[in-house]
Design a protein around this ligand. Structure first.
Ligand code: ADP
Ligand code: MG
Length: 262
């Protein structure tokens, strides 16, 4: 079976900081591939390499059999990789619908002069874009909020809006960087249910970074554990849960949190 994405020995060094230090992994079609690890272990940096924000210091990224290493972010998006950010990046003053429509700019066919001239082709493509946006809003349960201003929505709704914006480009692979961060445990579980529903209904593969262990365990098919830029484990959730290395990394972190918080 061909992999959706194949990460080959990726290193991303910033000066002396080895943020990602030799990561290899393969993700299968329609898989939810989880990445966990303590803060600073390199999870977001890896996502930034996969989406072209950074050109890796070493290594290769193969997407559907094609080498995408070092491609610019808009090129990679155009190939079918979408993402959400750890910190929300919405257009706060725009409506919900407008925020989602912006996510389609990479795939709109008519633009430029067509737009200036207001041609029929342009109007048709605008209408299709709107319909797709409305459909995606329905998928994430925000269909009744399409004319709300993004900034006025609850945080949990903003997280779902960001997911909708990623999905509207009809990606083959969607990278979610802590989609449940800042949500309470009930909202976090609802977000995970939503991701699973989307996977069932659409032909999308997910890479999911999530700090909430319970949420991750109930969602991912396989989990890779990172620590200090390296992979320390990769397996199905039941095995990861009982892996002494993983327990040590997480317990160590909890202990240090407890110490920090007195
Ligand atoms: N642009 C950058 N320049 C320098 N160091 C960075 C940069 N981005 C991330 N880092 C460092 O790389 C390490 C991994 O960060 P990050 O990928 O954000 O971790 P995580 O998402 O797992 O919390 C951290 O030590 C962080 O400070
Ligand atoms: Mg991060």
């Amino acid at each position: 079976m061909a992999y959706v994405i194949e990460i080959q020995d990726i290193c991303m060094h910033f000066g002396g900081v080895r943020a990602v230090d030799g990561i290899s992994a393969q993700v299968n079609p329609s898989e939810i591939f989880g990445i966990i690890g303590p803060n600073g272990s390199g999870k977001s940096t890896l996502i930034n390499v996969l989406t072209g924000v950074y050109r890796p210091t070493r290594g290769k990224v193969m997407f559907l059999g094609q080498d995408i290493t070092g491609m610019k972010p808009h090129k990679i998006a155009g190939q079918g990789i979408a993402r959400t950010f750890q910190n929300l990046r919405l257009f706060h003053a725009m409506t919900v619908l407008e925020n989602v429509m912006i996510g389609q700019h990479t795939r709109l066919k008519a633009g430029g002069w067509q737009a200036v001239l207001g041609t029929r082709k342009f109007r048709e493509s605008e209408r299709e874009a709107r319909e797709r946006a409305e459909e995606v809003l329905k998928l994430v349960g925000l269909e009744k909020m399409s004319s709300e201003i993004a900034a006025d929505m609850a945080y949990g709704q903003q997280k779902r809006l960001e997911l909708a914006r990623a999905l509207v480009s009809e990606p083959k692979l969607c990278l979610l960087d802590e989609p449940a961060a800042g949500l309470n445990s009930k909202e976090a579980m609802a977000m995970m249910e939503l991701i699973k529903k989307i996977r069932r209904e659409k032909d999308i593969t997910f890479i999911l970074i999530e700090h909430n262990m319970e949420a991750m365990m109930s969602t991912a098919d396989r989990i890779m554990v990172m620590d200090a830029g390296k992979k320390i484990a990769e397996d199905i959730p039941e095995v990861i849960k009982n892996d002494p290395k993983v327990v040590r990394v997480y317990l160590g972190e909890e202990a240090s949190h407890a110490a920090e918080n007195g």
